[in-house]
Design a protein around this ligand. Structure first.
Ligand code: 2P0
Length: 341
């Protein structure tokens, strides 16, 4: 027996795409143009508690103790509406969310945030959803959140409609995900100048390089999946770097350009290349911001981190780094239910 008014808490971890999602085929349902492949990270996560049935006629939300307003608030309400519709309830909810991001800020992630919200809201409303259904629900909040339902390596199948666009774990016969690490170079912890939503819309509509990138993308994903199957980190790293560079190329030729890459980002990308020349496993990827994420082998991660901090000390004195490893999928707890058992 579930009680729709009892709270539920969910924790979801951030993920970084190795093969990217950039561009929507359907803005409303968040159906992407391309499928994508990601690694969920242990060090970065969001914990969210949702309770339906509060007094008043509006949902309430806080993030790290601050009241959420504006667009961010509206996106939370939209996701709660989907859950209410499905559960057949009209109750307003209280949402309390906490981001855990060590050392430096600026990595607060809509992926972990909407995955945790989807999990907590569904459980608090008494819905029993499969991981695939949770992935589809999280996707409606933020595309990349579909992947944060799962730990380790996850693939988000683009699909063509709400039913067919979901993420799932990638078969990992050699246990490669356990050998992976990501060194996150936090060059700038501030708000990004152009939201990824606006950046991808502009890229799809105006960049002459967008279609060629999409055409190359299927080959990148196939190559990455083959690399995972064979436990081939070198191949995975090389294709991830190529796919991300291509994505940023499409942004550079958008009108006006979507510019996330800074001089410091370029210095970090050059440093990663130098590390490879020194014989260390290191490949760079970037998302909708100036920070550079470096894929490496777990056993080499501390060395890669130390070398990068050394090499970038002069050009980026403010640099903060986070060394992250493969993290778990969505965890849901319902305090009241557990007590009853
Ligand atoms: C990704 N990014 O695959 C890509 C690579 C950024 C660059 O997913 O509009 O916050 O909410 O679906 O998921 C960031 O986009 O965008 C993102 P919406 P989201 O990780």
């Amino acid at each position: 027996m579930t009680d729709a008014s009892s709270p539920a808490t969910a924790t979801a971890h951030a993920n970084i795409a190795l093969i990217k999602y950039w561009g929507k085929a359907d803005d409303e349902l968040i159906i992407p143009v391309t499928s994508s492949l990601s690694l969920t990270l242990d060090a970065l996560y969001t914990t969210t508690t949702v309770r339906f049935g509060i007094d008043g006629d509006a949902d309430e939300a806080t993030l790290d103790g601050e009241v959420v307003t504006g667009k961010a608030y509206n996106r939370i309400v939209d996701l709660l509406d989907l859950v209410r519709e499905r559960a057949g309830i009209t109750d307003r909810a209280e949402v309390v969310s906490v981001n855990t991001v060590p050392t430096a800020a600026g990595l607060a992630s809509s992926a972990s945030g909407f995955a945790a919200l989807a999990g907590a809201a569904a459980a608090a409303a008494g819905l029993e959803l499969s991981d695939r259904e949770l992935s589809r629900l999280a996707r409606r909040g933020s595309g990349s959140a579909s992947r944060s339902i799962f730990g380790g390596l996850a693939v988000w199948h683009a699909g063509t409609d709400d039913d067919s666009s979901y993420a799932e774990p990638v078969a990992d016969p050699t246990g490669l995900s356990g050998d992976l690490a990501m060194v996150v170079l936090v060059l700038d912890a501030g708000e990004k100048s152009v939201s990824s939503r606006e950046g991808m819309r502009r890229t799809v509509q105006t960049s002459p390089d967008y279609r060629p990138w999409v055409e190359a993308h299927a080959g990148h994903l196939a190559s990455a999946m083959e690399a995972v199957k064979n436990g081939d980190l070198e191949r995975l790293g090389a294709v991830a770097e190529e796919n991300a560079a291509g994505m940023h190329g499409t942004m550079a030729s958008a009108v006006p350009p979507v510019e996330y890459v800074t001089d410091q980002s370029r210095a970090a990308l050059a440093a990663v290349k130098t590390l490879r020349e020194e014989g260390l496993p290191a490949w760079a990827t970037m998302d909708a911001g100036p920070n550079v994420k470096v894929l490496t082998r777990a056993s080499e991660a501390e060395r890669v981190d130390a070398r990068l901090r050394e090499m970038l000390a002069e050009v980026a004195p403010q640099l903060g780094t986070v060394v992250a490893y493969s993290g778990p999928g969505l965890e849901i707890t319902r305090p009241d239910t557990r007590e009853a058992n």
